[in-house]
Ligand binder design. Structure first.
Ligand SMILES: NC(=O)CCC(=O)C(=O)O
Length: 273
C-alpha cells in the first residue's frame, strides 16, 4: 500500500480559499497512491482560535466539496484532515441560534463519497481554546479499506491510549492521526506515535502541519511507524509530501508472532488500601 501524507504549511499570509485550491491540487497529484492523508484544521490552523467561528463550514461545505472532487479525480482514499464544522442550529433555538462547532475529520473513498466523519473526542486547551470553543465527539470511527482497516483519531487524542485500544478492539490495523502539533512539544509527538504503534501492533500514519499560525510554530515531522515501533519515514519541519510503501499484512503477522494483545487483563478491581 502506498500512502502520501501531505504536511501542509499553514501560515496566515495565505487565504483559506487559496490554501484549499492548493491542497486540492496537491491531492490530485497523488494519483497512484492508495491513501492520502492531510493534517488537522489545515484551513484555519489548529491554534487560530479566533478563526474557528469565522472559518467554520457545514459538513458538506466548500472543503468537503473540494476534497471529494480531488479524491475522485486522483482515485485515492483521502483522509482529508479536519475542518471546523458548524452543526445545524437547534430547531427551537430561536432567531440567530447557531449549531455547535466540532473539529471534524472527513474520509473520502476513491469515488469521492464520504466514507466517514470523525468528531475529535479529546479537545485541546484545558480551560481555553479548542476545549471551550468546540464540542466533543463521542463516537469511535473505523473505516474499512480493501487491504486494511483505518482507525481515526485527531492530534491531542494521541495522548489517550484507551481511545486507540477502542479502535483496535473495533478492528483497526492502521491508525491515522491528522494533527496541528506545536514545535514546542515535538518530542512528545514522535514518542507518542511510536508508543501507539508498539502497544497496538499497528501502523501509525501521523500527519502534522508546517509553518506558523497564531504565533505557534508547528512541528512538521509527520511520521509513519510500523507495528514494531520502527519509524518507516519522517518528514522535516517544512511543507513536504511524505510518501511511504507499507505492507498492511505485517499487522496480522506481528500480532501472531508476538501475541501481546492477547495477554490483556481487563476489568481489574481497584487497589485496596
Ligand atoms: N491541536 C491539538 O490537539 C494540539 C495538541 C497538543 O499541542 C499537545 O497534545 O501537546
Amino acid at each position: 500500500m502506498r500512502a502520501s501524507l501531505i504536511q501542509i504549511g499553514v501560515d496566515e499570509d495565505e487565504s483559506v480559499e487559496a490554501r484549499r485550491a492548493r491542497v486540492a491540487s496537491l491531492v490530485r497529484e497523488q494519483a497512484g497512491a492508495d491513501l492520502v492523508v492531510l493534517p488537522e484544521l489545515w484551513t484555519t490552523g489548529a491554534f487560530a482560535y479566533e478563526s474557528f467561528a469565522t472559518g467554520a463550514e457545514p459538513l458538506r461545505g466548500p472543503t468537503y466539496e473540494a476534497m471529494a472532487e480531488a479524491a475522485r479525480e486522483a482515485g485515492v482514499w483521502l483522509h482529508a484532515g479536519s475542518i471546523p464544522e458548524r452543526g445545524e442550529a437547534p430547531a427551537d433555538g430561536g432567531p440567530g441560534a447557531e449549531g455547535p462547532l466540532c473539529n471534524t475529520s472527513l474520509v473520502f473513498s476513491p469515488s469521492g463519497a464520504l466514507a466517514a466523519a470523525y468528531r475529535k473526542i479529546h479537545r485541546f486547551g484545558f480551560d481555553k481554546g479548542e476545549a471551550v470553543l468546540m464540542g466533543a465527539g463521542d463516537t469511535l470511527v473505523t473505516v474499512p479499506l480493501p487491504d486494511t482497516t483505518l482507525g481515526v483519531a485527531t492530534c491531542y487524542d494521541l495522548r489517550f491510549p484507551e481511545l486507540f485500544r477502542g479502535l483496535v478492539d473495533a478492528g483497526a490495523e492502521t491508525l491515522v492521526v491528522p494533527a496541528g502539533w506545536p514545535e514546542r512539544r515535538r518530542s512528545h509527538w514522535t514518542l507518542l506515535a511510536q508508543a501507539r504503534a508498539v502497544e497496538n501492533q499497528a501502523f501509525v500514519l501521523a500527519c502534522g502541519t508546517a509553518g506558523t499560525h497564531a504565533g505557534v510554530p508547528q512541528a512538521g515531522h509527520s511520521i509513519v511507524v510500523d507495528p514494531w515501533g520502527e519509524v518507516l519515514a519522517e518528514a522535516g519541519p517544512d511543507e513536504e509530501i511524505l510518501t511511504v510503501d507499507f505492507d498492511p499484512a505485517r499487522v496480522a503477522r506481528t500480532r501472531e508472532q508476538f501475541p501481546a494483545l492477547k495477554d490483556r487483563v481487563l476489568g481489574l478491581p481497584p487497589p485496596t488500601v
